[in-house]
Ligand binder design. Structure first.
Ligand SMILES: [Zn+2]
Length: 411
């Protein structure tokens, strides 16, 4: 539809007739009912579009929960309600649709209702015990409304600027998050604070940092070194901040970089100077809060290295000093690397042998680093990280990466 609808909407008061008992772990059973009205026989959103949205929501919830929650679903209808459509009456329609289907509605945790677009309903989706889809099924609307069912509120942002008097002036933007599907648009994982609330992340997976140092984070979404934290926490209580690095490893769209949140789901502005909201903290730029400062040392699909400085401490040592090669040094223009490490720093062209398969890059591109994540090789040029699949293999036959082999570099 070309006509613009209002944003997704959540009602905080649940009607007494619907159950609020939704599992936050394990199987979430959704039954979707398509309907129209006796005086309005337009076709409801299609079964295939519902399947697409619900399947993508299943993938998102599985990935975001680390396999702790998944969706199963059935799509029923269409049902023509024995009533005229008058204005926007989602609760009346829902009751009529359930009554019409009677005992044919299978066991479920949540009901979802989908109907031809109604302009009087000023929302794309609605969550209030059940969920409603107004005209168009999309993964964003489905995941967002089911997120409300899981007790999550909206993912806000907090643009801040420094006034002429030096004070910080901040205004909450309710749907403003750039990374969390509980925002206005864009499909990304719930932030770390929401995941912890759902039991999808443990405190151990997002450790509290209390001493000055440089720390390595794994990718927030999935993959990477399983021993690395998915996020870190700095501060406690109302002063708690979470630090995540969003990557391109996920199947879902989200910006790349290091971002910070506070409770409940508020994405922080990493630029306190201008009115412009800067979601991602650039490498080498300081982010300051009372008592501590954060600086990103490097970031990639493998995660990020960040330095945290408490109480005015100086910048701590980097994990990989930018001007020093990893040990053993790789100083020649062509290097042979046969080991696994999070990041290999290279100075130019390179050759890699893995499981008997060799690959060489000798173009004019200057590569700065090589990196394994999971079973995929990435190389970084000035243009950013690029993924490589060895010659003679396909994405389905990626290399196996040993984890303990000592590095070998040869000129
Ligand atoms: Zn909402």
């Amino acid at each position: 539809m070309m006509r613009r609808l209002f944003l997704t909407l959540c009602l905080l008061t649940l009607p007494a007739s619907v159950s609020a008992q939704t599992p936050k772990l394990g199987e979430l059973r959704v039954v979707a009912i398509r309907f129209n009205w006796q005086n309005d026989l337009r076709t409801p959103p299609s079964v295939s579009s519902g399947q697409t949205a619900l399947a993508a929501t299943d993938r998102l919830f599985r990935e975001a929960s680390g396999g702790k929650m998944w969706l199963t679903y059935a799509i029923l209808g269409p049902v023509t309600l024995p009533m005229d459509r008058v204005s926007c009456n989602p609760f009346v329609w829902a009751n009529a649709a359930v009554t019409a289907l009677g005992s044919s509605v299978p066991a479920h945790d949540r009901l979802m209702f989908a109907f031809p677009v109604v302009s009087e309903c000023k929302w794309n989706g609605l969550a209030a015990g059940s969920t409603w889809i107004n005209g168009t099924w999309s993964v964003h609307t489905t995941a967002h409304e089911l997120g409300h069912n899981l007790t999550l509120g909206h993912a806000a942002s907090l643009p801040c600027r420094t006034t002429t008097s030096g004070a910080l002036s901040c205004v909450t933007s309710t749907y403003g998050s750039t990374v969390d599907v509980m925002n206005a648009s864009g499909v990304g994982h719930f932030n770390a604070i929401s995941k912890r609330r759902l039991g999808w992340l443990t405190d151990a997976e997002m450790p509290l940092i209390t001493t000055t140092g440089t720390y390595r984070l794994g990718p927030f979404e999935t993959g990477g070194d399983p021993t690395l934290p998915r996020a870190i926490r700095i501060g406690t209580g109302a002063a708690e901040r979470t630090v995540e690095v969003r990557t391109h490893q996920t199947a879902f769209t989200t910006p790349v970089g290091v971002t910070l949140h506070k409770a409940l789901s508020v994405q922080m502005d990493t630029d306190h100077v201008t009115t412009t909201f800067r979601a991602m903290l650039p490498v080498g730029v300081d982010y300051r809060e009372p008592g501590w400062t954060l600086r990103v040392r490097r970031v990639g699909v493998w995660g990020a290295d960040v330095s945290v400085m408490f109480n005015g401490d100086p910048l701590p040592a980097d994990l990989y000093p930018p001007d020093s090669p990893v040990s053993p040094p790789c100083t020649t223009s062509t290097q042979i690397i046969d080991a696994s490490e999070a990041v290999w720093r290279v100075n130019g062209n390179w050759n890699i042998t893995r499981n008997g398969v060799s690959m060489t890059r000798s173009s004019s591109t200057v590569y700065k680093a090589l990196m394994w994540t999971g079973d995929t090789l990435y190389a970084n040029s000035q243009r950013g990280w690029q993924r490589y699949i060895p010659t003679g293999t396909t994405a389905a036959t990626r290399w196996t990466v040993p984890t303990t082999t000592a590095p070998t570099c040869k000129g």
